[in-house]
Every structure is written in structure tokens, then in C-alpha cells.
Design a protein around this ligand. Sequence first.
Ligand code: IMP
Length: 172
Amino acid sequence: MNLKTLISEESLQKRIKELGNQITEEYKNKELIIICILTGAVYFATELTKYIDNTNLKIEFMKVSSYGNSTESTGEVKIKKDLDSSIAGKNVIIVEDIIDTGLTMHTLKRILLDRKPESLKICTMLDKKERRKVEINADYVGFDIPNKFVLGYGLDYEEYYRNLPYIAYCED
Ligand code: IMP
């Protein structure tokens, strides 16, 4: 594959630190649960939480199905791994790698709101707004990106390329 850099490692680090600082300010003296959506958001969530200065922070993991092996979202969300604890009455931020059509996040948000958190926000590393099929907006966005299939920093193509330390796109 002919990979080109879309977002460098340095730019990612700088932006993630900014988001961490912003979340620190907005959740001062509050308990916070970060829900990292497996597997794609692992790199982003671990880096982000290092910059959130809050000793009342917990990290939870959730795995939901989205694409399967094709590159189109079905809109159907299956929970493959659920949270280990209740989020009722808690301040929660969902941390996702990318919002594309928005179908996954739209459904996931509904599922989590049913569990009655005190607050629920969405933080996404990347946002491909022009691909949206349903109305969903993230509260924190790392980067708005064009309609390209991207890889790296947790994002995969058939499970490969997640370990690239930057965001790449494929030029054919
Ligand atoms: P959505 O339901 O269309 O918003 O899809 C969200 C999920 O699709 C993300 O969590 C990713 O796992 C995957 N996805 C969407 N766009 C890309 C991409 O450009 N590269 C890799 N995975 C992607």
C-alpha cells in the first residue's frame, strides 16, 4: 500500500494534549468515566487520559461491532464487550477513533443514555463530517478530515496498520 501522511505524530500529540487540558478544565472536581471504544480508540484514549489531570478518573472499555470486514457501516451495533460497571449517575465521555457515517455512535449514545448517566459526552480523534448519514456531533474533536479512508494510530485496514504512530491515507 502506498501510504501518505495525513496527520503527523507531532500534530497528533499537540492536539491530544490540548484536548486533555480542555477536559481537565471542564471536569475539575468531578468524577469522570472515560469509555474507550475498542480496538481503534486504544492509542488515542491512553494518550488522551495521560493529559487529563483528574485523580477521580476511571477508564472502562467497550467493544462494539461496526464494519465487519467491509468498509461500509451497517448501522447495527452489537455489543461484543460491555462495561464492567454501572454508569448511572456518572459523568461519562465516550472516546472513539473516528466518526464516519455516525451510525455506530448514534446507536451507542442511545444505548448508554438508557443507563442514565449524569452526563454523556463524545470525544473523537477524527471526524469525517461529509460522510454523515445521521445527525450526531462530538463534543470534542481532534481533527476534521476529508472523505478518505485512513489508517494508523489505532485505525486499521483488516486489523493491520493500527500501530503506525501517525494517521495515514492510502494513495493508489
Ligand atoms: P460509522 O458508524 O460509519 O461512523 O463508523 C465508525 C467506525 O468505522 C469507526 O469506529 C472505525 O472503526 C470505522 N471507520 C470509519 N472510517 C474509517 C477509516 O477511514 N479508517 C478505518 N476505520 C474507519
